[in-house]
Structure formats: structure tokens, C-alpha cells
Ligand binder design. Sequence first.
Ligand code: DX5
Ligand code: ZN
Length: 220
Amino acid sequence: MGKIAPSLMCVDLLNVERDIKLLEEAGVDYLHVDIMDNHFVPNITLSFDFIKSIKRITDIPLDVHLMINNPEESLQYLDMLTAGDIVCIHYESTIHIHRAIGMIKDLGVKVGLALNPGTPIGVIENLLPDLDMVLIMTVNPGFAGQKLIPSMLEKIEKLRALLNEKGYSEIEIEVDGNVSFDHAKLMYEKGADIYVGGSSSVFSKENSIVENCKRFREII
Ligand code: DX5
Ligand code: ZN
């Protein structure tokens, strides 16, 4: 069964606690927290202080997606995270990716590696022993509400095949970007495990958060 990770950059920022309580009621698996630096991606969203506040009001594990340059220089600000949380950094965001992954492991959290749409899956081969998850960006990172890049569906399938072939079938695949209800079905068929629900699913205006999550659960 797939896991739901609602993207908190899509919550009603004037009613965060209300929306998080609804996500708890919906039984989601993670809260996806996008951190951006306006350099690695052209946007600024949530912050490390926001994460500290979230940790005070919920026990849902956090899935922290760092879209920042040289993330190894900022890991010190994530000392509020615990073993069930994930820290996911971009392959493209540092020249010393292996060292940065080791530093995340030293935090005692799960490690994710995110790949931009233009980055081939082959880059992960030497990093597999240290990963818990690989995040496939299905849009170019930086903004919610973008359109799915269709070729990313095949990339999910190829990644699942590569992980299984190399003996790392336990590594989970997360998909992030325009994960609508229809797209989630296609991604599920291609082998995705964790689904970042954003403006086109969990936070779609079609229904309530709880209703949207229920519909999402029926798909994955
Ligand atoms: C985009 C972020 C996503 C974004 C998804 O860079 O990583 O998590 O919030 O939003 P939607 O689902 O609207 O594409
Ligand atoms: Zn994200």
C-alpha cells in the first residue's frame, strides 16, 4: 500500500494547525515540508523555524525536502528531527553528495535523494547502500500547481527496475509534483511508494482534506 505525504507548502498558511489536525484525522503517513532558498530553486517557502513549530503540534513523521544549495551546511538547523523523519536532498545541490548523505545519516534520520527531471537515475548507483528513499521530481522544483512532465512516469518504472536489479528493493520511491488523483494511479502502476499530495489532490478544492485523502487512499 502506498504512503501519503501531503505537501505543507499547499496548506492554508493562515490555518496551519487546523489543516494539520485534518491531516491527522485523515491518517496520512508523512508531512512533506518543502524548504527552498531562492537559489537552488527560484522560490522561498517554509523554514526551519516552521518545522520546529510543526513538531510541537503533531507526531506525524516529517519528510523534509531540501531544495537548497549545499544542504550539508544547513543540517545543524534540523536538530528537532527524530528517527522516523526523512531528510531528502537533491543530487544536484552539492558537489560532495556522498559526504552530505553521510552527514544526514549521522542525524539519525532516514535519508532521501531527490533527482530533478533532467537528472538520469544512473547517478544513484554508488549511493544505494546509504539511501532509504529516492525522490523523483515529476515537475521542475520550486512551485506548486505545475503540470506533470509525462516522461517522468517511465523514469519511475526504470528506477524501480534498477533498485530491484541491484538488490535494493527496500528503497522507497517518492513522487513529487502534480501528483493528482489520475497521475497517482499511473505512478502507482509504475512502482511509486510515497506520494506527495499537493494542490491537485490532497489540497484540491474539489473536496475536504479528509475526503481527498480517502479518495487518494483508494487509488494507492
Ligand atoms: C515543488 C514541491 C512540491 C509541491 C507539489 O517544488 O517540491 O512538493 O508542493 O505541489 P503540486 O502537488 O501542486 O505540484
Ligand atoms: Zn517537495
